[in-house]
Design a protein around this ligand. Structure first.
Ligand code: KIV
Length: 255
């Protein structure tokens, strides 16, 4: 399937099937998640925090995303591979398109950027070039410094209306789906019911969106130093890694 067909299949799943998406930053994980049947692999800028050890996503560069995207793409996933446009790489429509083209050349099927009304012209420039774009509304991690922390959104009717206005601007510009991050459950349901493209939620309450996305380290329990309250780990790789290393060290020292 072409990238455009894969994105259209995700768009067409609204109302039919729940989308299961995960972040992914390397080759072996991409193979395993793809074999498991994940719909979307997002090479998200969360990699700055959970892989590269930065305090937030504002340190992530295009070179970081390209390096990890290339590893994911080597797994030849059937899933739709979305790559994040890092902060400061989409200040104008021209720059947004140039960055998106670099990500597509490295193998991304689609790109994602944060923000609503003020990003619509950038989204339009990218979609006009035939590159599928996923929106990202609600809590925007790239704005953490301006906003003085991570704050839940959609807690008032005004906030919900602002997110909806952003969603409408993005849809008009051609997005095939929108990630909603840390939006209050009632607002997530309202937005999901109001718009024609799928919403994919994280930290919005289960079952409030057309799909879910999880940061892979939250699912695997491999980044124990920060676990968001909504995370539902299905494994505890941090403990298993620690135990395996201890057993290895003991064995080596005994011999
Ligand atoms: O970078 C990322 O992992 C993301 C998800 C939180 C949606 O944008």
């Amino acid at each position: 399937m072409s990238p455009q067909e894969k994105a259209a299949a995700i768009a067409g799943s609204k109302g039919n099937r729940t989308i299961a998406a995960l972040t992914c930053y390397d080759y072996p994980t991409a193979r395993l998640l793809d074999e498991a049947g994940t719909d979307i692999l997002l090479v998200g800028d969360s990699l700055g925090m959970v892989v590269l050890g930065f305090p937030d996503t504002t340190h992530v560069t295009l070179a970081h995303i390209l390096h990890h995207l290339e590893a994911v793409v080597r797994a030849e996933p059937k899933a739709l591979v979305i790559a994040d446009l890092p902060i400061h790489t989409y200040e104008t429509p021209e720059q947004a398109l140039e960055t998106a083209r670099k990500l597509v050349t490295a193998g991304a099927d689609a790109v994602k950027l944060e923000g609503g009304v003020r990003q619509a012209e950038k989204v339009r420039a990218i979609t006009a070039a035939g590159i599928p774009v996923c929106g990202h509304l609600g809590m925007l991690p790239q704005r953490v410094l301006e906003e003085g922390g991570y704050h839940k959104k959609g807690k008032t009717p005004e906030q919900t209306r602002a997110i909806l206005a952003g969603a409408e601007a993005l849809i008009d510009a051609g997005v095939f789906a929108i990630i909603l991050e840390s939006v209050a459950p009632a607002a997530s349901r309202e937005i999901t019911a109001a718009i024609p493209v799928p919403t994919i939620g994280i930290g919005c309450g289960e079952g409030t969106c057309d799909g879910e996305i999880a940061v892979i380290t939250d699912l695997l329990g491999s980044f124990p130093w920060f676990v968001p309250p909504f995370a539902k780990p299905e494994a505890n790789l941090a403990t298993q890694t620690n135990d395996a290393a201890r057993k290895y060290i003991e064995r080596v020292r005994r011999s």
